[in-house]
Design a protein around this ligand. Structure first.
Ligand code: HEC
Length: 128
């Protein structure tokens, strides 16, 4: 009697275990596909931006609208740091991530299309 009830419990346990295993596997698979799609889109954005040859003047105008509040009218720094010679410390990919990523509050993440992002990069390269 006790043997058969323990076998039933074992069977239940196995079934539950399989259920949990498949649910966990499914969740993992979904997370992974979301991550890889995001990653792919990020890369596409960066590649597209880096292929463009931006305009420093356009970038300057963009900077004056979006960035001077924190980085100062001449990018010499205010709340945010001085951005002169930033391109010697960070590569273009890192700057794109800094501007679009929102990884360092209070600096917000900016949604900038590749053309304007490449203009901004050109402007930042023009700062000594
Ligand atoms: C609300 C304020 C704010 C705005 C607006 C802002 N930033 Fe920033 N930014 C910061 C702060 C603060 C940091 C420093 C973050 C840290 O290192 O923790 C920073 C860091 C940076 C860095 C990296 C500097 C370094 O030394 O590593 C770059 C590049 C940058 N900002 C570019 C921009 C550009 C381009 C814009 C406009 C599109 C912009 N920021 C708008 C506040 C701001």
């Amino acid at each position: 009697m006790s043997t058969s009830s323990s076998t039933a419990a074992e069977r239940d346990f196995k079934r539950d275990f399989l259920k949990i295993f498949f649910v966990a596997f499914g969740v993992l698979l979904i997370c992974f596909s979301i991550f890889s799609v995001n990653h792919h889109e990020n890369n596409k954005y960066i590649i597209e931006t880096l292929e463009l040859n931006g305009s420093a003047e356009e970038g300057d105008a963009l900077f004056k609208i979006n960035c001077v509040g924190c980085h100062g009218i001449t990018a010499r720094g205010l709340v945010g740091p001085d951005l002169h010679s930033i391109t010697q410390r960070l590569n273009d990919k890192e700057i794109i991530k800094q501007v679009t990523g929102g990884l360092t509050p209070p600096m917000p993440s900016f949604e900038i299309d590749p053309v304007n992002m490449s203009n901004l990069l050109k402007y930042l390269h023009s700062l000594e």
